[in-house]
Ligand binder design. Structure first.
Ligand code: AMP
Length: 422
């Protein structure tokens, strides 16, 4: 028997209903924030992803050589493709540009619950502006997207790479050491971090202070540690303004400053953030984003760029974990011909209803009224239309309310208005 490839999944109509609900809901939030939808190819030239991250990213990619000898990769994320598209076609457009997308991504990850090799991201990029109000709105959008789909329990964590780099500078850490330390910081592995910092020759006092800053992210403590670095002090006050807007203007209070948020990808700089659904355990990160630099690397004129991506699969897992009731999409009406002679008229009625904008289906199994009613009930259909010869003589049908069991004779021309009325 054939099986879906490792790390991929099929989605049945019930599962697709949940995914489409989340997509529809998120689309309307993106649109309400002035974002326009963008779509890019599923595969790209491989250099698009190796340009910043280097060859090491190849281990995480699905790459292939096509029949023309081109080195390609299935996209692992959509930020680089969207920025490529911007540089290729949209640089002259009036700023800011606000793009959102939905797309499948492919990573050679180790599959487990919430981690797949093919998964879907919903995300956005804002190009050409990095004022505090633009970044505050970006954070608010990420938070609102998850709140509006119905999640109750989400937490926004905000970090800053400029500040982390200033701390690294103050500690005289070399670039190579930083590469080893960042993943430990990202995963909050403070014991291992302490050992690595000791290996780097950092004093006991500085190690303690650094780890305390990472754990507590207390503004005064951070400020005094980086006091000699004017750029980092400026960045700290920018971050405070952004957080002030988030709290006072966008009314979002479920956030923490967490300097140990450093993000995996290499192109981020300045402010970075993540949103977690604590109920999900290990794979609880729903969203990740921040400000980054890619435009000049792709041959464009540098402009500020920021964005984020939300994992759609994990969003659904988080909704399920919270016991969210997804709105069911059910048929407006089910039509039952009582015998084969009624089939033609039944189809006419189904088509009449479909043309009037209702969703309708009819029994194609010829299984009789009792079994057809049972089927309609199992599909939670509320209105059933029974087409029988006696009523048909008067151009009428029986309309049954499945909830109450009440039945009415209604003329065929008025079925639509009756469906609306009830
Ligand atoms: P990233 O592009 O790594 O910042 O990921 C953004 C979001 O995509 C994460 O917060 C997850 O929700 C989701 N995500 C990343 N990798 C996977 C994966 N392998 N399977 C499912 N979701 C993922």
């Amino acid at each position: 028997m054939f099986q879906a490839p490792r790390g991929t999944r099929d989605f049945t109509p019930d599962e697709m209903e949940k995914r489409r609900y989340v997509e529809r809901n998120m689309t309307s939030t993106f649109l309400s924030f002035g974002y326009g939808e963008i779509q890019t190819p599923t595969f790209e030239n491989i250099e698009l992803f190796t340009a910043k991250s280097g060859e090491s990213i190849l281990n995480e990619l699905y790459n292939l050589t096509d029949k023309g000898g081109r080195e390609l990769a299935l996209r692992p994320e959509l930020t680089a493709p969207v920025i490529r598209c911007y540089v290729e076609r949209l640089q002259m457009e009036p700023k800011p540009l606000k793009f959102f997308y939905f797309g499948n991504c492919y990573r050679y990850d180790r599959p487990q619950k919430g981690r797949y090799r093919e998964f879907q991201q919903a995300g956005c990029e804002i190009i050409g502006v990095d004022t505090t109000e633009a970044i505050a709105e970006l954070l608010a959008l990420a938070f609102n997207l998850l709140k509006n789909v119905g999640l109750k329990n989400v937490r926004l964590n905000i970090g800053n790479l400029t500040i982390i780099n200033a701390i690294f500078k103050r500690l005289n850490l070399r670039k190579d050491d930083q590469k080893i330390l960042l993943p430990l910081i990202d995963k909050s592995q403070f014991d291992d971090l302490k050992v690595s910092l000791e290996d780097c020759g950092i004093s006991e006092k500085n190690i303690e202070q650094f780890i305390s800053i990472l754990q507590r992210s207390e503004a005064n403590e951070i400020r005094s540690f980086i006091a000699d670095d004017p750029d980092a002090i400026k960045e700290l006050s920018i971050m405070e303004t952004i957080i002030g807007l988030l709290k006072n203007a966008f009314q979002i209070t479920a956030y923490d400053i967490k300097l140990n948020i450093v993000r995996g990808l290499d192109y981020y700089k300045g402010l970075v953030f993540e949103i977690d659904a604590p109920l999900l355990g290990a794979e609880k990160q729903l969203c990740g984003g921040g400000s980054y630099e890619l435009v000049s690397l792709f041959g464009g004129t540098e402009v500020p760029t920021s964005g984020f991506a939300i994992g759609l699969d994990r969003t659904i897992l988080a909704l399920e974990a919270e016991g969210f009731k997804f709105p069911p999409s059910k048929l407006d009406a089910y039509i039952i011909p009582v015998n084969p002679d009624m089939i033609c008229k039944s189809i006419e009625i189904v088509q009449q209803l479909r043309n009037q904008g209702f969703s309708a289906d009819f029994d194609q199994m010829r299984r009789g009224i009792g079994k057809s009613l049972k089927y309609a009930d199992s599909k939670h259909i509320e209105k059933v239309i029974i087409v029988g010869p006696k009523e048909l003589e008067k151009n009428a049908v029986t309309l049954r309310d499945m909830k109450t069991g009440n039945q009415d004779i209604v003329s065929i021309a008025e079925i639509g208005s009756n469906l609306k009325k009830i």
